[in-house]
Design a protein around this ligand. Structure first.
Ligand code: 13P
Length: 311
């Protein structure tokens, strides 16, 4: 049968979504074209909350692998697709389940808090998950006398430690290879160049303790969007992956957004393209499904996070 001709790739994606009973969930770092065609765009927390509400049979996840895995853990009865198996996350590969088990042996009463940027088998070893939007709130709610292992992001963990004043917290030495490039010297130079601009910084940014003094706000990606929506300032320096600039510029054409560095471009996130979304829906690939054993254990820390922090 002849292939149907569409007027645009967007129209083709809409038709395929209908045919497959699919919804597209996309992270704030996706390319603008994907954000515009997605059913829902958000940060890691909002995407987990949204995945739980999906009625469609198929979730096409336009993000990185740990996000698709999280959706599959939360919705084991759905088919979760990701357009590229190359869409990894450097941070999530910096801690392994056996390393968590070693810590537990020496801290049998301790609690493991895993940033959602971790693999399903690491989540399965953890007590709580958190995202950049709720890490402080979550740790604040945990019993003060319990030792905590925070994995895998050193900078987010350090931020949580500072904000909660918690001493009994071991922080893993992992980092996001993109955020670590955003350093205090760059923020200082930009602040001199754009004195009126407010600096919005993601807590994964490099050398957080030194960078913090330049930040007007330390926020998740969704937190930055919300902050700009409500702010009367007209210039912002955005210290995170540059994909976030698409929505900020689209929603606020009258405001100026300056990336903290143009090189904050995550090749993993950008594996997904409009063409690959079409391919994924046509071929129903790549399906992400964690084993039933891991799913059963990994859902507990995610659900605990959603209970404590909403969702
Ligand atoms: P958000 O929690 O803002 O979505 O950040 C996720 C992320 O992967 C940052 O690198």
């Amino acid at each position: 049968m002849a292939k149907k001709i569409y007027r645009s790739i967007q129209e083709e994606i809409q038709a395929l979504k209908k045919e497959r009973d699919a919804v597209i969930l996309a992270h704030n770092y996706q390319v603008g074209g994907i954000q515009d065609v997605a059913d829902f765009v958000g940060d890691s927390l909002a995407l987990s909350q949204q995945a739980k509400k999906v009625k469609a049979k198929v979730i096409l996840f336009s993000g990185v692998l740990f996000m698709a895995e999280t959706a599959s853990i939360l919705c084991p009865d759905k088919t979760v697709l990701i357009p590229s198996l190359e869409a990894g996350c450097s941070l999530s590969s910096m801690v392994h389940p056996e390393e968590v088990r070693v810590w537990r042996k020496s801290h049998p009463d301790g609690l493991v808090v895993a940033y959602v940027n971790s693999t399903a088998d690491v989540k399965a070893e953890s007590d709580y998950c958190c995202t950049s939007a709720n890490a402080v709130k979550l740790v604040e709610k945990l019993p003060k006398d319990k030792d905590i292992l925070f994995i895998p992001d050193y900078y987010l963990g350090t931020y949580v430690k500072i904000r909660t004043g918690r001493e009994n917290m071991t922080i893993w030495n992992g980092y996001c290879h993109i955020h670590v490039m955003i350093q205090p010297e760059e923020l200082e130079a930009l602040k001199k160049k754009y004195p009126k601009a407010e600096i919005l910084m993601h807590p994964e940014c490099g050398c957080l303790t030194k960078s913090m003094k330049y930040a007007d706000q330390i926020l998740s990606t969704a937190g930055m969007i919300k902050y700009v929506d409500q702010s009367t300032a007209s210039e912002f320096i955005i210290a995170t992956e540059t994909g976030l600039l698409h929505k900020l510029r689209k929603d606020h054409p009258d405001k100026i957004f300056i990336p903290a560095t143009d090189t904050a471009f995550c090749n993993y996130m950008k594996q997904n393209t409009l063409e690959s979304l079409v391919w994924s829906l046509e071929n129903m690939k790549y399906e992400i499904r964690v084993s039933a054993e891991i799913q059963k254990r990994a859902i507990t820390p995610i659900e605990r996070m959603l209970e404590v922090c909403g969702g």
